[in-house]
Write a protein that binds this ligand. Structure first.
Ligand SMILES: [Zn+2]
Ligand SMILES: [Zn+2]
Length: 217
């Protein structure tokens, strides 16, 4: 295969993997809640926690962040091998998605925490930059869902991809973007969030406490 073709295909795979990771992230952020069967406790609840306490998951190691994606990757690769569809393109796609949470985690860490190699790859935009990911964490937290590269988000935001998708879903099903209690003025969050409150915030009244006081008062 000519070199240029390999480069273009790799670029396409990197963008597709980023888009798929963003699609999953958007589904978790926009629909369902922590009580949604199976996906609620496994994926949506950690996302709610992440929006309220973005730095909390940086304490997790690779395995804690990636075991479920690794499992999914093994299933996909095993299925492809069984069907005779293994290729380097699929391998690259799975490799990126297995590490999507890790790459996301890096964009919440300081340069000292990630080390010089990861910081270098963020600087040259091979990995998503913390600056771009910060756009997702800006109220109302409904843009820039793709977590692994800087390539896909600007294109999707330019055409308001997620906004149009949500309008279409609302038109077809009536379902609207879930309330995000981590946005200013939309709290307090659910009471169980208090269990995840970082120790450094101990001096402040937390969401659960505020909710309780409101209930009692
Ligand atoms: Zn999010
Ligand atoms: Zn994040």
């Amino acid at each position: 295969m000519p070199f240029l073709q390999i480069i273009l295909q790799a670029l396409g795979v990197i963008m597709l993997a980023d888009f798929v990771a963003g699609l999953a992230h958007w589904l978790e952020d926009a629909y369902g809640n922590e009580k949604t069967p199976f996906f609620g406790p496994l994926m949506i609840k950690p996302n709610i926690v992440h929006h309220h306490y973005p730095r909390l998951f940086t304490k997790n190691n690779w395995w804690q962040s990636s075991w479920d994606l690794l499992l999914l990757g093994v299933v996909i690769l095993s299925g492809a091998a069984w069907l005779g569809y293994l290729s380097w393109q699929l391998g690259l796609f799975v490799l990126i998605n297995i590490n999507a949470n890790q790459i996301h985690k890096w964009s919440h860490m300081t340069r000292a925490e990630v080390g010089p190699i990861v910081a270098f790859f963020q600087d040259i935009h091979v990995l998503q930059t913390p600056r771009q990911h910060a756009l997702h964490h800006t109220d109302p937290k409904n843009t820039n869902y793709c977590p692994t590269s800087n390539l896909v988000n600007p294109i999707l935001e330019l055409v308001n991809f997620w906004g149009h998708l949500e309008t279409g879903i609302q038109f077809l099903t009536g379902a609207t973007h879930r309330l995000d209690t981590s946005n200013r003025g939309q709290g307090p969050g659910p009471e169980w969030l208090a269990d995840f409150r970082p120790a450094h915030a101990a001096g402040r009244p937390h969401a659960g406490l505020v909710a309780k006081q409101t209930d009692e008062g």
